[in-house]
Write a protein that binds this ligand. Structure first.
Ligand code: ASP
Length: 412
């Protein structure tokens, strides 16, 4: 591992721990409300600057890196081969995540409360309908998805144009070269932004800890615990096994190398914003660039194992809160809808909670009750985003092994 990369990972860790300590000091010294207001006003904005910069770079990054990934595969049949393996890995791991989430939530169910709830729950969820989600993947305009950062649509555009360049043969080459060069420049710009990540993590963690201190945790400790147990089981079981079995990589090495991306995802709660760091980690593990450039942006947009676990746990919890006892068939419906909902979830902060509405609707839990966990969503989001990103990187190492054989970690 190069000095520079080690440096970044270590710095992110220091930023994370220092942020937690400083946030706790604020919380103890000022109390949750005042500390929350103060840090939201004066400290969080520095984290926001950093997250803004990441969001700014991420649209060109996803568009160009997927196109470049497709172009660098050289022929269209290879795109298909890698594409289906990637999608199969994503779907299978997400379905397993749902099942783990359901099992854990059911074990905890007895301890979940049945609440007396007022009709006017504070948060009105935006409903996300299954068929709308499907139709919305396909853009009706070539520019709007880029301006609105609609990631699924951007992926569709990138895949179409990437394949178009390949099929156009010699005539497509100049455009392909332009895209590769543009992609290279974008990666360099991203490098500048990445150097700021430890400071961004530091500022964000101070705010989270100061604003959401232990008090708010108490009321939802159980459901949070259930979600985090699900996250941990999934990481230990699914990712350890898959990198060991498919990528012939020691799980310990994998977790060590994926740590900077996981830590950043934890603090930023955005898979898409974490994309640049995830790419660095995959490079460091020796994943070929043409594979990571294809798998990671796709994964940051559609592969959300953590979100799937969260949606299952939250659905069981909220069903219990409103006094519904779910049947086995309804559990199966949860697995299917949570898998689809997690695919439709944007890789941005809090998006998984919006898509939870789709899962709740499918089993008849009123979506307004999302309000119950709204206040602490960020705490769920931190873990689920870390998991989402680890899942993407694990997929890239497995696909690398399936396609190109042993990983050769970069020596820089
Ligand atoms: N924040 C998550 C992510 O970016 C999505 C979610 O809210 O579940 O991966």
């Amino acid at each position: 591992m190069s000095k520079k990369k080690l440096g970044l990972g270590a710095k992110i860790l220091i930023g994370l721990v220092a942020g937690i300590i400083v946030g706790a000091i604020f919380w103890l010294a000022m109390g949750a409300e005042a500390a929350g207001d103060f840090t939201a006003k004066w400290i969080k904005p520095f984290g926001d600057i950093f997250v803004n910069l990441l969001k700014f770079i991420v649209v060109p990054l996803v568009l160009l890196s997927i196109m470049d990934g497709v172009i660098s595969m050289g022929d269209i049949s290879k795109v298909g081969k890698i594409g289906w393996k990637t999608v199969a890995y994503f779907l299978v791991t997400t379905a397993i995540a749902c099942i783990i989430g359901l099992i854990v939530a059911n074990l905890f169910k007895g301890a979940f409360p049945v609440l007396q709830l007022a009709e006017d729950a504070a948060y009105e969820a935006k409903t996300a309908n299954l068929m709308d989600t499907l139709v919305n993947i396909f853009p009706s305009n070539a520019i709007a998805p880029l301006a609105n950062a609609s990631m699924l649509q951007i992926i569709v555009i990138a895949l179409f144009f990437g394949c178009g360049i390949l099929v156009a043969g010699d005539k497509g080459k100049p455009f392909g070269n332009f895209i590769s060069s543009f992609n290279e420049v974008t990666q360099k710009v991203m490098g500048f932004i990445l150097a700021l990540s430890p400071y961004g993590v530091f500022a964000l963690m101070i705010w989270v800890v100061a604003a959401q201190g232990p008090k708010i945790l108490q009321s939802l400790a159980l459901v949070l615990l259930a979600a985090y147990i699900g996250y941990i089981i999934h990481v230990v079981l699914v990712y350890s096994l898959s990198v060991k079995a498919f990528a012939k990589m020691s799980p310990l090495t994998f977790f060590k190398k994926v740590f900077p991306a996981a830590a950043f995802a934890f603090a930023s709660t955005s898979s898409v914003a974490t994309l640049p760091i995830a790419k660095e980690c995959a490079d460091d593990m020796g994943v070929e660039s043409e594979i990571s450039s294809f798998v990671l942006p796709l994964g940051a947009t559609v592969n959300m194992d953590g979100t799937a676990i969260y949606q299952c746990v939250a659905a069981i919890f909220l069903a219990k809160c409103v006094g519904l006892d779910l049947t086995l068939t309804q559990m199966v419906v949860i697995v299917i809808t949570a898998t689809l909902a997690s695919i439709g979830t944007a890789g941005t902060s809090g998006a998984g909670m919006i898509m939870l509405a789709m899962v709740l609707e499918a089993v008849g839990v009123p979506t307004t009750f999302i309000g119950i966990i709204y206040g602490v969503d960020r705490l769920f989001d931190m873990g689920r985003t870390a998991l989402n990103v680890i899942g993407d990187v694990s997929c890239s190492v497995c696909v690398h092994q399936w396609e190109s054989g042993d990983l050769k970690p970069a020596k820089k």
